[in-house]
Design a protein around this ligand. Structure first.
Ligand SMILES: NC(=O)c1ccc[n+]([C@@H]2O[C@H](COP(=O)([O-])OP(=O)(O)OC[C@H]3O[C@@H](n4cnc5c(N)ncnc54)[C@H](OP(=O)(O)O)[C@@H]3O)[C@@H](O)[C@H]2O)c1
Length: 340
């Protein structure tokens, strides 16, 4: 399998390269970067020095994509919309975008959170790649929008609850600093984040758009709500999310609901106790704990993921595996790096 990673110098691009360079079916790869063109990949991503001595290419995305079976886009928001037409025109086999450009098919919902879409005609080409929920339904896809990191944790918590009438869950989530990308900003660099905790994007984080889109589809209620409350935490990798909902009376035992929803899904592990963030760092796993109050009227669900693996590169590779009809675990089964 010949792959290209466009925008490979960022954090998500680096994680994609880490996984793809060890993927047993990847026979050739190219990594492009505008800012790091010509530099050895191992200089920009020192953790990959043992895997390659190749350099970043400066070529245009369409040229990098020529003859490739799979093209991953790891660009900042808005850039994928600009390059996708040329990729499709060039006959790219499978395009996997990890930015937000094509995650929300509903133009009005997209516009509420991101502003008017610049390439709405391309939206129908993309399938939403929530790999642990979609599974083999992704087979044959030619364009996949990989979900956002918060959105992945939120939807893994929400999906099993869709059959309970009338739930309006609230989702409280804390992310590590790598979620903000490689360029330091006043609210994301180390002195502002270490030993600190604060909310941001209050009452309207962008990932809420894709969460609502699917929560409404799963519940069949076009006005269903699911509020996402996002926070910046004092760690580098990972997302810890807690869902709380009232009105869950009559549901089966909470743990059983989740075990049944994710039966046979290789990367979702339903635990008997609250999960810990560091136990999934470096892995493509989601660890979940779900519990109902004794009277069944209230439910709490905790989810932990690595934002750069399950929330970005790992999920993208899993979606690729599923789309191409190969074992979804290929290149993704690894232990974590606890303690970290
Ligand atoms: N970080 C996450 O946890 C996460 C999770 C899911 C999805 N995503 C999405 O994935 C996309 C990329 O996110 P990211 O976190 O990887 O962003 P990032 O670290 O800021 O990288 C994005 C791009 O910034 C450019 N860049 C500019 N200066 C750079 C420098 N000095 N060193 C390295 N790269 C530099 C690179 O492209 P050029 O070199 O070509 O300029 C790179 O592709 C975004 O759309 C994001 O929303 C991110």
């Amino acid at each position: 399998m010949r792959v290209a990673v466009i925008g490979a110098a960022g954090y998500a691009g680096g994680e994609l390269l880490r996984l793809l360079l060890s993927h047993p079916d990847v026979t050739d790869w190219v990594a492009t970067s505008r800012s790091q063109a010509g530099k050895p990949v191992g200089d920009v991503h020192p953790q990959l020095r043992s895997l390659t001595d190749r350099r970043f290419e400066a070529v245009e995305p369409a040229e990098a994509a020529r003859g490739r079976d799979v093209v991953f886009l790891a660009l900042e928001h808005g850039e994928s919309s600009k390059v996708a037409p040329a990729l499709f025109a060039g006959g790219a086999g499978l395009v996997v975008d990890i930015a937000a450009d094509f995650r929300v098919a509903d133009e009005a919902l997209y516009a509420k959170y991101y502003g008017a879409h610049t390439s709405p005609e391309l939206l129908p080409r993309f399938r939403y790649g929530l790999a642990d929920v979609e599974g083999i339904r992704l087979r044959g896809a030619t364009a996949i929008a990989a979900p956002g990191c918060f959105a992945t944790a939120a939807q893994l918590a929400l999906y099993p609850l869709a059959g309970i009438p009338g739930l309006e869950p609230a989702l409280f989530a804390v992310t590590g600093s790598s979620g903000a990308g490689v360029q330091p900003r006043p609210t994301t660099h180390h002195p502002a984040r270490a030993h600190n905790l604060f909310a941001y994007s209050v009452m309207g984080h962008r990932h809420e758009a894709e969460v609502l889109s699917n929560w409404r589809r799963w519940t069949g209620r076009s006005d269903a709500s699911a509020r996402l409350m996002t926070h910046s935490g004092p760690f580098v990798r990972g997302i810890h999310l807690t869902l709380h909902a009232n009105g869950a009376a009559g549901s089966r035992a909470a743990g059983e609901l989740y075990r049944s929803a994710y039966a046979g899904r290789p990367f979702v592990r339903v635990l008997e106790q609250p999960p810990e963030l560091t136990h999934v760092v470096g892995t493509n796993e989601a660890h979940i704990h779900a519990v109902a109050s004794p009277d069944g009227s209230e439910i709490q669900v905790m989810v932990v993921i690595d934002n750069l693996v399950k929330g970005a590169g790992g999920q993208a590779v899993q979606a690729m595996n599923l789309a191409l009809g190969i074992d979804e675990r290929r290149g993704l089964v690894t232990g974590g790096i606890f303690p970290c």
